[in-house]
Design a protein around this ligand. Structure first.
Ligand code: GLY
Length: 354
């Protein structure tokens, strides 16, 4: 069993859920709560139930799946159920699901009775390589992603590859965007390894390497005062695209699909106003285009996208802050980019997909 140590907890690569079993048996929590959505309740909970059988007192809280439900209303629903089920400060919340569950579950736990312990059992590639690690919890409001939230570290994270078998190809590719991002911002060699494989062939060692990169960054800067901002490469424009798509499209983009659009735009900005060479720009963009679906939009939505970007958490004094690549495998942060260049990057994306 492999494990990665963070400042206050560990990420366990727990193929048989043995470590989770031991963790739960050896703990002295008063009650256990499992948070799932309908998908993980059906596909992932049965695996966990064998372990939970040996435990007394667990209650299930199930919410509807999807980013559109990562809201205060659903969070209130979770808090109400915790109250109805008699949760106290010695209770443990077990978040079993993708990024929506680990984000909202972490947020609900970190604020309930001023904070109860929680563990993350991520069941999507996206949440295994990104959302469940690093202690960001949160909900969306007024269409703005994660605008309300806390930095609260879980007690442990348990990664089990068998959960991924229930995912469709689109979900896997969505998670792959964050893996590519880890290579682009931190490790040229890892980026080249990823280029050599198809997302459907991802093995645990690649997930491990992604978590290792993320963990190195977040342990140095748990509350995003500086370095951690590099993890937002692709996310300033990507989050705006994702929010726009959630509000306007009948079949909205998945997070990683929007981040792929954002990475192309922000790679352009990395060259236009930063240090990324044109050769590396021309290397990155066709690779991302090859893997991710094209998102078609017109100039008419630029102002809407810009309005979303104005709410980005990295902004200072109304200026929009970006993490921009210096080269493949290295990233700067706190680059403030003018509106005209941001719009130019959207033009660039559209010209690439014409
Ligand atoms: N997903 C970016 C971060 O955890 O900082």
């Amino acid at each position: 069993m492999k494990k990665i140590k963070s400042n206050t907890y560990s990420v366990y690569f727990d193929a048989n859920l043995n470590v989770l079993d031991e963790f739960l048996k050896n703990s002295n929590y008063s009650k256990f709560f499992v948070l799932t959505d309908k998908n993980t309740g059906e596909h992932c909970l049965p695996l966990l139930k064998d372990i939970l059988k040996s435990l007394v007192n667990y209650d299930l809280i199930e919410i509807d799946p999807g980013e559109e439900n990562k809201t205060i209303d659903f969070c209130i629903g979770i808090w109400k159920m915790l109250i109805d089920f008699g949760a106290d400060r010695k209770s443990l919340m077990i978040n079993l699901g993708g990024g929506v569950i680990t984000d909202i579950g972490g947020f609900a736990a970190s604020t309930f009775k001023r904070g109860i312990d929680f563990i993350q059992i991520p069941t999507t590639l996206l949440s295994q390589v990104d959302a469940s690690v690093g202690g960001k919890t949160g909900i969306d409001m007024d269409g703005v992603k994660n605008i309300i939230g806390t930095f609260t570290q879980p007690k442990a994270v348990f990664i089990n590859g068998s959960f991924l078998s229930s995912l469709d190809q689109r979900q896997i590719i969505s998670g792959f965007a964050e893996m590519i991002k880890h290579g682009l911002i931190y490790d040229n060699g890892y980026y080249n390894t990823l280029k050599g494989i198809h997302p459907k062939d991802i093995q645990e060692d690649l997930i491990y390497q992604s978590v290792e990169i993320k963990n190195k960054v977040v342990t140095k800067d748990p509350t995003e005062q500086g370095l951690r901002k590099i993890l937002n490469f692709g996310h300033t424009i990507g989050h705006a695209i994702e929010s726009y798509s959630l509000a306007n499209d009948s079949f909205p983009l998945l997070h990683g699909e929007a981040i792929a659009v954002g990475m192309i735009c922000e790679a352009y900005l990395s060259h236009r106003v930063g240090d990324l060479s044109v050769d590396e720009l021309n290397e990155i963009v066709p690779y991302i285009q090859r893997i991710f679906p094209t998102y078609r939009f017109g100039e008419g939505i630029y102002d809407d996208l810009f309005a979303y970007m104005l709410n980005d958490k990295k902004n200072v004094d109304g200026r929009i802050g970006f993490a921009l690549l210096k080269q493949i495998g290295g990233c700067a942060f706190d680059s403030y980019v003018e509106k005209e260049h941001i719009f130019e990057s959207l033009d660039y994306y559209r010209s690439c997909v014409e």
